[in-house]
Design a binder for this molecule. Structure first.
Ligand SMILES: [Zn+2]
Ligand SMILES: [Zn+2]
Length: 296
């Protein structure tokens, strides 16, 4: 009787050739491959889950569960959890994770956490085949906005997520409607574009190096230009964030585009860049995040 796997192309190769292919795959992919049948498990026997480094274990879990819409991979516990309403509301205080302090962006007006990125990318790849998934996706991808007043000045913010080519992007906008533009610097709230580019009120002082003054330089250019509405574009050298500043007679608009990376474990370089202290981008890469977000 013919063996069930006898027509499988990869099993028609010799073990030496399969091992050569395995040498070119990431570790987590070899463990996944080893679990597809008894023959491959025998050939790839040194590739086991316990032997994986932590980051590769996380990638293994993400890929193992890529067709299951009901679980997410937790970077804190290093295992999967069931999805509850909390993850979809992005209110992780009621999360299915007992250690809910999952990776979040540092203090900002609206942060993105890796659960949102992971689930939105998974649901988008899986398509809108079920109404439940489509509802989950709508919740994860909803736009958010709000405002607050500081003295007579109005401060409005909004965020718009978008998935392009399997990557999770968000466009943010901060609009300042200023009662008196000449006193702008003393009246504006803190502006935090990313972990690296921020503008504190002058009283708190700014002591960072030039690489961390990209936001400041864009704002100086926009405020010093007599012509209003001119866009001053810059990029953060540390993370995947591009931004633009415009000044008008009644205020200022700051846009930022962020790339939070592909469907992968939270150790991937794009996600990590948002917390990194090392400059990772070259000038040739500047503006790319914005271009990708704006792709039709
Ligand atoms: Zn957890
Ligand atoms: Zn940055």
């Amino acid at each position: 009787m013919e063996q069930p796997n006898s027509q499988c192309r990869i099993l028609q190769m010799t073990p030496d050739v399969i091992l050569l292919i395995a040498d070119n795959l990431p570790d987590h992919a070899n463990v996944l491959l080893s679990q597809t049948c008894r023959d491959l498990r025998y050939i790839l026997n040194k590739h086991t889950f316990p032997a994986l480094a932590v980051r590769e274990r996380m990638r293994f879990l993400v890929h193992l569960n890529r067709q299951d819409p009901n679980v997410w991979v937790c970077s804190t516990c290093k295992k999967t959890h069931r999805i509850t309403d909390a993850e979809l509301r992005e209110d992780l205080r009621a999360s299915s994770c007992p250690n809910y302090k999952v990776s979040q962006l540092p203090r900002s007006l609206f942060s993105v956490n890796y659960v949102q990125v992971q689930l939105a990318l998974k649901y988008t790849r899986m398509g809108m085949s079920s109404s439940e998934i489509s509802t989950h996706l709508e919740r994860l991808m909803r736009r958010q906005n709000g405002f607050h007043m500081i003295r007579n000045n109005k401060f409005i913010w909004s965020s718009r997520p978008r998935i392009v080519d399997g990557r999770f992007f968000v466009k943010y906008r901060w609009t300042y409607i200023l009662h008196n533009i000449s006193s702008a610097s003393s009246e504006m709230p803190k502006l935090i574009l990313c972990h690296h580019q921020r503008l504190n009120r002058p009283a708190e002082g700014i002591v960072w190096g030039e690489e961390k003054k990209q936001l400041l330089r864009a704002m100086q250019g926009a405020f010093l230009n007599d012509e209003t509405g001119v866009e001053y574009c810059r990029s953060c050298p540390f993370c995947q964030t591009d931004f633009a500043v415009r000044v008008y007679p009644a205020g200022m608009v700051v846009d930022a585009w962020k790339d939070f990376g592909p469907e992968d474990a939270p150790g991937n370089s794009t996600w990590v860049s948002h917390f990194s202290t090392k400059a990772q981008r070259s000038p040739s890469d500047f503006g790319k995040v914005r271009r990708l977000f704006e792709e039709v």
